[in-house]
Design a binder for this molecule. Structure first.
Ligand code: LMR
Length: 407
């Protein structure tokens, strides 16, 4: 028998860089310090720092297991799709009533964005997508791989740690007609900065007047304000004008179904006829990528959304998560005030959702990791959901030291 060649045929493969978000957890896991704190990845934690399995999810799973007719056949997702559309667009949405919405199940937010991107690259006349600057690190890579070309529009103003509204209007105003525009439906990641309702209305008018195509990413419905309806307002504004749009929904955060990879992609069209042809093409994209979506997570979501009691219980648990995050914001702000930490930290309580974009620079971030074992992304984003009353003082000490000792 011939001996195998000495060198691997893959010997030339270079190691990929760590993911800027998930790599933070890899580094955190290697740190033996008992003080270590992971504020990198946006994943909800309890006051005890533990992942949370929602009670309502536990109940829904039990119900599914007790249902003798449950099986692992290829998934008939019609029910899940309808319920997901209703959740984001509202039960009385005219677009749903007129059958102008097509919804397909996606692999959480990322998979839904990817399917939407591929569909646009194949069937839409414009290949350029405008992303807010900054945006979630996965966005540019997902859309580039899907075949779109990525550009940015101004979004965040470092000086105010708020919205660069003028810059946003200028950049979208000069985008070529038909360009795709990625919008975070609520709780912008990474900045925690959302437009006000009046600003959303101006953005809507601009987008429609220039015939730009909105593509919403809704990863935090219910997490920003604690209300599912309030967090869907931006999207509903765009549906109400009768225009077209795409939206990717994720149940990772609001149902804590991170690893189940359950989400949805909806496209609102002008007519039922167009919607049904669009749907056939979406199914084709999916068939060639992963054939069928997984069933378990979608069954849990559908069980919760269709049952009034479970739904109500979910809204209570969701509100409790949102409230805990808001309370962390206040506690961190108070702790920095108490320490007399130089600078204006009011953005911690003004920003919304899971993340605070602290304004700390990469040097200060690495100082906090090295000296205080606090892990966060190098852009200074911290996941408020990873904090607790017990760990706030440690973080406040670290921030205080960083801003007073590192330029
Ligand atoms: C995050 O931004 O931390 C989350 O969306 C999780 C992820 O996959 O990046």
């Amino acid at each position: 028998m011939a001996s195998p060649p000495a060198d691997s045929v893959f010997a030339h493969v270079a190691a990929a860089p760590e993911d800027p978000i998930l790599g933070v957890t890899v580094a955190y896991n290697k740190d033996p310090s008992p003080l270590k704190l992971n504020l990198g990845v946006g994943a909800y934690r309890t006051e005890e720092g533990k992942p949370l399995l929602l009670n309502v999810v536990r109940k829904a799973e039990q119900q599914i297991l007790n249902d003798g007719s449950y099986n692992k056949e290829y998934l008939p997702t019609a029910e899940f799709n309808k319920l997901s559309a209703k959740l984001i667009f509202g039960a009385d949405s005219p677009a749903i009533q007129e059958n102008r919405v097509t919804t397909v199940q996606g692999l959480s937010g990322t998979g839904s964005l990817r399917v939407g991107g591929e569909f646009l690259a194949r069937h839409y006349h414009q290949r350029t997508i405008y992303l807010p600057q900054p945006t979630w690190g996965n966005h540019p890579k997902v859309f580039t791989l899907a075949g779109l070309s990525v550009k940015n529009y101004r979004y965040y103003a470092p000086a105010t740690r708020g919205l660069d509204f003028q810059g946003l209007l200028e950049d979208l105003g000069s985008a070529p007609s038909g360009s795709i525009v990625l919008l975070h439906a609520c709780a912008h990641n990474p900045t925690g900065v959302d437009p006000t309702p009046a600003q959303w209305e101006q953005i809507r008018q601009l987008i429609r007047s220039k015939a730009l195509l909105p593509f919403f990413d809704s990863a935090y419905q219910g997490f920003a304000s604690g209300s599912l309806d309030a967090d869907a307002q931006s999207v509903r504004m765009f549906v109400a004008d009768g225009g077209e749009l795409l939206i990717a929904q994720s149940y990772a955060q609001n149902m804590g179904l991170y690893a189940e990879r359950v989400g949805a992609l909806s496209i609102v069209c002008k007519s039922a006829d167009v919607a049904s042809r669009v749907e056939s093409q979406l199914k084709l994209v999916i068939r060639l990528m992963y054939s069928n979506p997984p069933t378990h997570g979608a069954s849990i979501v559908a069980a919760i959304l269709k049952d009034r009691e479970l739904y109500n219980e979910w809204t209570v648990e969701l509100k409790a998560m949102a409230d805990r995050i808001t309370s962390m914001r206040q506690q961190l702000f108070d702790a920095l005030q108490a320490r007399g930490t130089p600078g204006d930290w009011s953005h911690i309580i003004k920003q919304i959702g899971m993340f605070t974009f602290t304004g700390l620079n990469p040097g200060q971030v690495s100082f906090m990791t090295k000296e205080y074992h606090i892990y966060m992304t190098s852009d200074g984003r911290i996941s408020m959901a990873g904090l607790s009353t017990e760990t706030v003082p440690h973080l406040a000490d670290a921030i205080h030291a960083a801003v007073t000792q590192v330029v």
